[in-house]
Design a protein around this ligand. Structure first.
Ligand code: ZN
Length: 125
């Protein structure tokens, strides 16, 4: 799962003060993590948390990372390199799955990285 420690959902937290927001945010993520961990262990699996950095900016087809490919208003990701299109949350989920696959393959701290010219980069260390 994405490491959501510093992420907030404004819809649920808008009418609360900052202390309440932090408590609710921490508790919600804690509950979600505990529930997923419990369910995963039931089937012999494991929950890992990965860096969310660039997960909504990386093209799942060609690997290009480019911030402008994601349109926040329409929630549409369109790769300016290969033309791949999908919902931006779906793209984020696909990249989180990729990071999990890298973890299973032995990379203990999988992260997406951007090259200087924004060309696809190798995901291996
Ligand atoms: Zn692409």
């Amino acid at each position: 799962m994405e490491d959501l420690t510093d992420v907030s959902f404004d819809e649920n937290l808008r009418n609360r003060n900052s202390k309440q927001r932090n408590e609710l945010r921490s508790w919600s993520f804690y509950q979600l993590e505990q529930f997923l961990t419990y369910k995963a262990e039931e089937v012999g699996s494991k929950v890992i948390k990965v860096s969310p950095e660039y997960t909504s900016q990386r093209c799942p087809k060609c690997g290009r990372i480019h911030k402008a490919n994601r349109d926040h208003d329409s929630h549409l990701y369109t790769c300016d390199c290969c033309g791949y299109q999908a919902n931006d949350d779906q793209v984020g989920a696909m990249n989180i799955q990729l990071l999990g696959t890298l973890w299973i393959s032995g990379n203990e701290n999988p992260k997406l990285r951007v090259s200087e010219n924004e060309k696809p980069v190798s995901l291996n260390k």
